[in-house]
Each structure stands twice: as structure tokens, then as C-alpha cells.
Design a binder for this molecule. Sequence first.
Ligand SMILES: Nc1ncnc2c1ncn2[C@@H]1O[C@H](COP(=O)(O)OP(=O)(O)OP(=O)(O)O)[C@@H](O)[C@H]1O
Length: 250
Amino acid sequence: MSESDAPVLRAEGLVKTHHGEGAPAHAVRGVDLRVTRGEFVAITGPSGAGKSTLLHLLGGLQRPDAGGIRLDGECTDGWSEARWAVERRRRIGIVFQFFNLVSDLSVADNVELPALLAGMPPRKARTARAELLAELGLTGKERSMPGELSGGEQQRVALARALVNHPPLLLADEPAGSLDSKGTREVMRLLSRFHQRGQTILLVTHDARLASAADRVISFFDGRIADDAELDAGPPPRRAGTSGVLELRD
Ligand SMILES: Nc1ncnc2c1ncn2[C@@H]1O[C@H](COP(=O)(O)OP(=O)(O)OP(=O)(O)O)[C@@H](O)[C@H]1O
């Protein structure tokens, strides 16, 4: 299988136990998962089921106790923290519930930073940033600091930051978890729109309504996949970069 035919993400036999103050938490108890190019997969399940731990493993933010992960067919076994950091910039965009923007950098700098760190020439990074912010309805906010923005706006900046390097995979961990209903609708509409353009997305949410935006829903329970179902297919995803400007209406 050539690398381009390989699944964007493949996990086999993933296991992760957290050792905290109390009894060990068996968060992920043996997970096999394959995500193909262009899929929008939601992982849903009750609080404490292990969804965030799984997403952290898949993004290389935590190491599994057992099992392995392949990105575009490439085995990640033995990757160091530094290697994961480099590969994440190129291959995996991540958005979190609480945005995790750099509070003392402007909106523009937050979005440009990962592009510059990935080696994009400054002029190209500025153009990429401007295009994404325009698409996300944030033109005019470039000089704002994150603390001056609403939660929904901050999450849109986080989305721009996650996508500025055109990563093959977007991981989203409860991206609407701290937003009001308007912000939630915006974020979900944007995820759907990027998916329509061909973006592969893995969304973790405890909210079954949000999961229904995906075309495949995995029910996660007690550290294991309890169900894995394709939903009715919507219009086929288009190739990346072929659609027009986003509209953000209520
Ligand atoms: N860093 C940690 N140290 C110790 N235990 C942890 C740690 N992170 C998670 N856990 C435990 O692992 C289990 C799974 O947690 P996880 O956050 O992955 O679940 P979740 O499904 O994402 O939950 P939620 O929807 O509430 O975010 C829980 O019992 C949790 O308390």
C-alpha cells in the first residue's frame, strides 16, 4: 500500500492507564481504529469513558502503555516528544475545549506561529493567516488579544491556528464544550464546512447532537469502542481548497 492510499490514522491495540492519587484509571483498554481520508468521525460517550485520553494518544500528547499508531501509514513507535511536536505541526491540527491560545500574542501571531515554526516563509504565513481569518469571519480582529474576544471568536482563532499548515487530520476535543448555543452552532457549521472541503476530522464530544454532524459515530464506553456506525451520507466531500467563502449566519 502506498503512503497516499494508507488511512490517515490507524491505531491498533491502544491501552492507557492513568496512575494518579487514587486507584489506577484504565482510560483506554484496547482500541483499534482506522480513519480514512475525508472522513468526519465523532467519538461520543459518557464523562470518564476515556474519550479525551484516546484523542491525546492519537495526537501524540500522551504515550500509550501498549499498542501503536500509524499516521499516513508511517509507524510512530519510538517517536520522541520533539519528533511528535514537529510531526503534529505538519500532520495534525488540534482544537481543545478551552482554546489554548497564547494569551500574550495577538490573533494574527497565534495563527502565524505554527506556520512559521513549520518553516513556512513569513510572507506565505501572513497570506495563509489572512485567508483563514477571512474565511472564519475574523477579518479586523488580527490585532486583538485573545482575552478581548468572545469564546466563539477564540475558538475560531484556534481553528485557524489548527488548520494553517493544512494538516491531513484535525482532532477536536469538545470544541464547543465551553461555548453558548450560538458559538456551538458556529463551530459545528465550520467543522462541517471544512469536512465538505475534504478535511479529515476526528471529533470528541459527550453531546450526541454534535456527533450527528459527523458521518461516522463511534460510541466509547469504559475505555472501549462499544459501537461504530456510519450515518447517512451527506453530499460527497469535495477536494480541499475548492469551495467559496464561508458564511457565518445564525
Ligand atoms: N491525567 C490523569 N491522571 C489520572 N487520571 C486521569 C487523567 N486523565 C484522565 N484520567 C481518568 O481517566 C478516565 C478517563 O478520562 P477522560 O478524560 O479520558 O474521559 P472522557 O471520556 O474524555 O471524559 P469527559 O467527557 O468528562 O472529558 C477518568 O476516570 C479520568 O478520571
